[in-house]
Design a protein around this ligand. Structure first.
Ligand code: PLP
Length: 497
């Protein structure tokens, strides 16, 4: 197996090279040359293995240049009960008849990004060793909140790496800010930017491509890399939990081996649902993939019409991690659906960047309709769903998962499809306490820690260890810079971490 680019099928990289590079120079995303297959017996056999063991088995099919020992080192370092609330790593809850919630947020930052960002540092440093890059890697991240903290937790004190995170000074919640500015680790740095998320992102992009900064870095034996969600090293770990969950449902007698399930995913950048599509292509028995969006419903329209059009109003919602108008990972799906036609992908994605719009061909539209269902809901409906599920089932949803539950309920009503369904739950309700409390009780306290206490009372869920600790944790990073000062900050900090 090798990796090619969605915009250049002739490329041939090992998985380690694809992970180190992150994105292809032609602007395309790396994809495996073929999709490996799994038998149902193999899937069922995973039920008796630990999560790291399941992960190593599945990775071995994609990262064929890694040894078994390397894969076990990566999976055991990432997925253990030091970082996650329990050794099972994910949890499955039965919500209502034949509908299961797959909780992906028991990691250190209480959002599903941990599932990939806990292992990426190990995949990356192992890939660097394997490709003979004898340098220390410096990760630069621009964040609107969740990714920055998850990347910090993943890379903190990982040998051979250091990490710098930039966040918009007034653009993150008080809790998110506290999570980042109290981060432990000798190799981490966090800095506020006087500006918005775009300023942070543009600043980081400019630093990545600045030749003089790169040269200074190289003199110190260092090289930049990114923890961006388009890296194959972030997508591959997400395939695992769908397969793992299926094996557990069989073991628990909830389904029979071979039964099809639906998978519903609250979607933003299309990474999480694409991972479910890969699992299906590998042989996981899946009926429909149901793509749930908030008011930023560009994907709902796309999956229904085959026209992707980002020329629309951008909404700031109570499910902010899904507030996105360009879903990068869609490029990988379309590459697969066109049978690897890189020229069509180049055509569509250059239309997207020049006109903000493209329309896929009829053969692709037919596949989209066959594999996917899609729906969306607004903030009022999201809150109403949190309340409804709380009242009926005493289960407290976060705002992102609530979008998925609402879209799934609508789908089930409209189609009558009662196939057993797994809903990906992407964040702990504690992470979005204001909106969750407003939905359930009608109001939320001002102070972040009062919110935590109130949510604990209302939900009865244990306060995640990492959030409870924050209250008394000392702030380590108070720096704040103008956008123009970001390069100087990076150069100044690099020698120290
Ligand atoms: C990132 C994120 C999403 C969206 O996931 P994609 O892979 O980008 O589609 C949904 N919910 C939460 C809580 C997230 O952090």
């Amino acid at each position: 197996m090798y990796y090619k680019s969605t915009r250049n099928s002739a490329l041939k990289l090992s998985s380690a090279e694809a992970i180190v590079k992150g994105i292809s120079e032609d602007g395309g995303l790396f994809v495996p040359s073929e999709i490996p297959s799994l038998t149902i017996d193999e899937i069922v056999s995973y039920a008796d293995m630990s999560y790291p063991e399941r992960a190593a088995r599945i990775f071995s099919k994609f990262l064929t240049d890694f040894t078994d020992a390397e894969l076990r080192y990566c999976t055991e370092s990432a997925y253990n009960d030091k970082s996650f609330a329990s050794a099972s790593i994910t949890e499955i809850s039965h919500l209502f008849d034949g509908t299961y919630v797959l909780e992906l947020w028991h990691g250190p930052t209480c959002a599903f990004k941990d599932m990939a960002l806990q292992i990426l540092p190990y995949l990356l440093t192992t890939s660097m060793k394997k490709t003979g890059v004898d340098k220390k890697v410096v990760i630069l991240v621009a964040t609107s909140g969740d990714t920055g903290k998850a990347a910090l937790e993943g890379f903190a004190d990982v040998e051979g790496t250091s990490i710098m995170v930039f966040y918009p000074e007034d653009g993150v919640s008080a809790m998110q800010k506290k999570q980042m500015t109290t981060q432990d680790g000798a190799n981490v740095s966090v800095c506020a930017v006087k500006g918005n998320f775009d300023d942070c992102q543009n600043g980081v992009k400019a630093i990545f491509t600045d030749a003089s900064i790169k040269e200074k870095l190289s003199e110190q034996g260092r090289v930049f890399s990114s923890a961006n969600s388009i890296n194959w090293g972030r997508l591959a770990p997400q395939i695992i939990y769908y397969i793992s969950a299926y094996s557990e449902l069989v073991k628990n007698g909830d389904i029979n081996a071979g039964d099809k399930i639906n998978i519903t995913v609250p979607t933003g950048n299309f990474g999480n649902i694409l991972a479910a599509y890969y699992a299906k292509k590998m042989g996981l028995p899946v009926n429909k993939l149901i793509c749930a969006s908030n008011s930023n419903n560009v994907l709902t329209d796309f999956l229904k019409t085959g026209v992707y059009d980002r020329n629309r109003h951008f909404f700031t919602t109570i499910s902010p991690s899904m507030d996105i108008l360009i879903s990068s990972n869609l490029e990988r799906l379309l590459y697969i659906m066109t049978g690897g036609d890189d020229s069509r992908i180049r055509e569509w994605f250059s239309a997207l960047s020049s006109q903000g719009r493209y329309e896929v061909s009829e053969d692709v539209k037919a596949q989209l309709a066959d594999e996917f269902a899609a729906g969306c809901c607004d903030d009022e409906q999201t809150k109403a769903t949190i309340k409804e599920i709380y009242d009926k089932y005493s289960y407290t949803l976060d705002t992102h998962t609530a979008v998925a539950v609402k879209v799934y309920e609508d789908y089930r009503k409209a189609t009558g499809d009662s196939t057993r369904t797994v809903i990906a739950s992407t964040a702990s309700p504690y992470k979005f306490g204001t909106a969750v409390l407003e939905a359930i009780t009608g109001s939320a306290p001002e102070d972040e820690f009062d919110k935590v206490a109130e949510l604990n009372r209302v939900s009865g869920y244990d306060v995640p260890r990492s959030l409870a600790e924050l209250k008394t944790k000392a702030v380590r990073f108070t720096g704040s810079v103008d956008k123009a000062e970001m390069p100087a900050f990076v150069l100044d900090t690099i020698g120290k971490i």
